[in-house]
Ligand binder design. Structure first.
Ligand SMILES: Cc1cc2nc3c(=O)[nH]c(=O)nc-3n(C[C@H](O)[C@H](O)[C@H](O)COP(=O)(O)OP(=O)(O)OC[C@H]3O[C@@H](n4cnc5c(N)ncnc54)[C@H](O)[C@@H]3O)c2cc1C
Length: 384
């Protein structure tokens, strides 16, 4: 596949990238066709989306909006949003590490040492490496500040012991952004440290967990005396809460943008495929996705301008899960037999997407938690 003229003279602009990427996708439609129908199993999906990632990286698209010292081609961060939107509009799924790049990548760029960031990020962008997010534990999900995985300072390394759960795609991951406890439990969120951990370190056991789709989308992780070198610190010792909150802001904000692009494409498919779709339902679904697009565009622009987002991504995340559940509720209502009993292919995709939409109000912080944040920190309501 030939390289695209992404790095043509001058700083790439949003309209120029839209136009060039659209042209490139059209010119390469035959080579890209296999990615419009993904395999049915999670291993196959991983392999296919990793190939897509590599193609887009080699053509330069995935490098846009990242600084040159981190393996990118420069330009404003908003270009990353343009690339994800154009891909979805053309009917392609997000490449495998797209979500991770936007959720974990910015935190490494901001909080890790320049040396660590410069060595790690290019490998994430190219797809040479996959990363996972080791935050949740049994008993520490919404109440993340109570996490118990322990990191003990042993001179030239940390010794890490404990358990994580619901770690998405950990079975494919080479590195983990891991939250650990480095101060007594009473210190709560003030005693947490973020580490960048090699997943092949001795003492790590990865145990896949099968979801209701029948596939292992996430895993339990068990750490038994795992040695993590001191230079793998992200941010400050006991300062991991700032890293975690920054990551969750990216997850709630940028993920919503990627998801709205995908939802627009799914909604268009629903309107085409489901004769029984109620017009009012379709209209409401479109309104929700469009509202999400406008809200999320503002968030993306603020991120691109380097602004502090504060609690704003909580609005995006809440609207994202509302819209996603609404679309797939409408799909179930309009095509019940397809969703419940249909065979492989589109029927299976509708079923899986319906089931996964149930998780949209849980991952990245549950809907109730987003409502609490908005109630307390925006509306000023009492905690009780
Ligand atoms: C598909 C998927 C992928 C995930 N991927 C990852 C990942 O890669 N890495 C990772 O670290 N985690 C991941 N998670 C875990 C996710 O972050 C947690 O599930 C989430 O934070 C909720 O925590 P919990 O499951 O412990 O539920 P709990 O915190 O036990 O919550 C249970 C219910 O109680 C409600 N609740 C809890 N506290 C309050 C409160 N104070 N006020 C009102 N209601 C409350 C919640 O909203 C929820 O409805 C993933 C989850 C899913 C579903």
């Amino acid at each position: 596949m030939s390289a695209a003229p992404v790095a043509a003279a001058g700083e790439p602009t949003v309209p120029a990238v839209r136009e060039r990427l659209g042209r490139w996708l059209a010119e390469h439609s035959a080579e890209l066709a296999p990615f419009t129908e993904l395999p049915t199993d999670v291993d196959g999906v991983f392999a296919s989306l990793s190939r897509l990632q590599r193609l887009l990286y080699e053509a330069g698209w995935i490098r846009l909006g990242w600084p040159a010292e981190l393996g990118g081609l420069g330009g404003p961060m908003i270009l990353r949003g343009v690339v994800s939107e154009e891909l979805a509009a053309a009917g392609y799924p997000p490449p495998f590490s797209f979500g991770t790049q936007e959720v974990l990548g910015p935190a490494i760029a901001r909080f890790a040492s320049p040396e660590l960031a410069a060595s790690a990020l290019p490998r994430l962008l190219s797809g040479d490496e996959t990363w996972c997010q080791g935050f949740s534990e049994p008993g520490a999900g919404s109440d993340l500040g109570s996490l118990r995985m322990r990191a003990v300072d042993e001179g030239d390394h940390w010794r890490v012991d404990g358990e994580k759960i619901w770690t998405s795609w950990a079975q494919y991951s080479d590195r983990c952004v891991l939250l650990t406890r480095t101060a007594p439990q009473e210190a709560a969120h003030r005693g947490i440290t973020a580490l960048f951990v090699d997943m092949d370190s001795p003492g790590i056991t990865v145990s896949p967990l099968v979801t209701m789709t029948g596939e292992a989308d996430f895993c339990s992780l068990f750490f038994d005396g795992v040695r993590v070198p001191k230079d793998r610190l992200i941010g400050k010792v006991d300062g991991g809460w700032a890293v975690a909150m920054f990551i969750l802001g990216c997850e709630r904000g940028v993920a919503a943008w990627q998801r709205q692009a995908w939802m627009r494409w799914r909604l268009a498919g629903l309107v085409n495929e489901a004769d029984a779709l109620d017009g009012a339902r379709a209209g409401e679904a479109f309104e929700l996705v469009h509202a999400l697009r406008l809200l999320s565009r503002r968030t993306l622009r603020s991120l691109s301008d380097g602004e502090d987002l504060g609690v704003r991504p909580s609005f995006d995340k809440l609207l994202m899960s509302t819209a996603e559940k609404y679309i797939f509720d409408a799909a179930l209502e309009a095509m019940p037999e397809t969703l419940l009993f249909g065979g492989p292919g589109p029927a299976r995709d509708w079923r899986n997407d319906y089931l996964y939409s149930r998780a949209s109000s849980i991952y990245g912080g549950a809907a109730e938690i987003q409502r609490n944040i908005i109630a307390e920190r925006v509306l000023g309501l009492p905690r009780e």
